[in-house]
Design a protein around this ligand. Structure first.
Ligand code: ZN
Length: 266
């Protein structure tokens, strides 16, 4: 089974507005539309069987509405993970509501929502996730982060959470540290109890084949999951690149889907 653990789509009525502001911030164009129809059309071309759709919000008052919609798009192809915001009052209650509605995990975005992942305000969330639900968490900077900007999701902050909540299933996104690969290699890569994904916009090919292979081997290929940040990045290009790495077929099958299937329970 092919699984992309890291995609974003929105309801049709707001998709265009979200896309405009997203690509303006990032400085590069998307490769597809950010809607349910858009991702399914792309999956039919890429051969990805299931895409994890990650909920993200700007404000606490958007959480429930975003999650209602995410709950409604679950099907054979889409596996939505709920959005959460540190400013929401009953965060554990929202995690419970997601679980009761069939959702298998949540996404946290400390950079977008300006909080440290090891802030005790978040501890009830980590406890409520228990041993079954998965936490996918943005790790590292933004491409646009400037010197002096606060880096809320530094790799060592993520690992503080992993160490304090050893029962929790965590995927540290962006190889454990977007645009902070040295720190990720020092803090995350090779550590137990945490998976990483390969999402690296605008292209995983920015990391040379030898470097990427060494990172995968050091972390253990069984703890690496394919991710893209669709619609910013193509599932076809990124899976082609992973398929070209000097790894065994079994390792590649794991990265491209089997690891996520087993870990998330798909
Ligand atoms: Zn993302």
């Amino acid at each position: 089974m092919r699984v992309d653990v890291h995609t974003h789509v929105w309801p049709d009525r707001i998709a265009e507005t979200v896309m405009d502001s997203m690509t303006k911030d990032l400085g590069f164009a998307a490769i597809s539309t950010n809607t349910v129809d858009g991702i399914k059309a792309h999956m039919r071309i890429s051969g990805v069987d299931k895409s994890v759709v990650l909920g993200v919000v700007d404000r606490p008052d958007q959480v429930k509405r975003a999650n209602d919609w995410l709950i409604s798009i679950q099907d054979d192809m889409l596996v939505p993970f709920g959005a959460l915001h540190p400013g929401l009052d009953d965060k554990a209650g929202e995690v419970r509501r997601l679980r009761e509605n069939g959702i298998k995990g949540i996404k946290l975005h400390p950079m977008m929502n300006s909080f440290y992942p090891d802030d005790p305000r978040m501890f009830p969330v980590y406890e409520e996730l228990g041993e079954d639900m998965v936490l996918e968490i943005h790790s590292g900077r933004y491409p646009t982060t400037k010197p002096g900007d606060t880096i809320f999701a530094a790799p060592e902050r993520i690992m503080n959470v992993v160490r304090q909540f050893p029962q929790m299933k965590v995927i540290a996104l962006h190889l454990g540290g977007l645009y902070m690969l040295d720190e990720a290699e020092r803090e995350v890569i090779g550590q137990g109890n945490v998976l990483v994904d390969t999402t690296w916009p605008p292209s995983l090919r920015e990391i040379a084949s030898e470097t990427l292979t060494a990172i995968i081997n050091k972390h253990g290929s069984h703890k690496v999951c394919f991710g893209t940040d669709f619609p910013l990045v193509s599932q076809v290009d990124e899976s082609d690149y992973i398929a070209s790495l000097p790894l065994s077929d079994k390792d590649k099958d794991g990265i491209l889907g089997e690891n996520a299937r087993a870990f998330i329970g798909l």
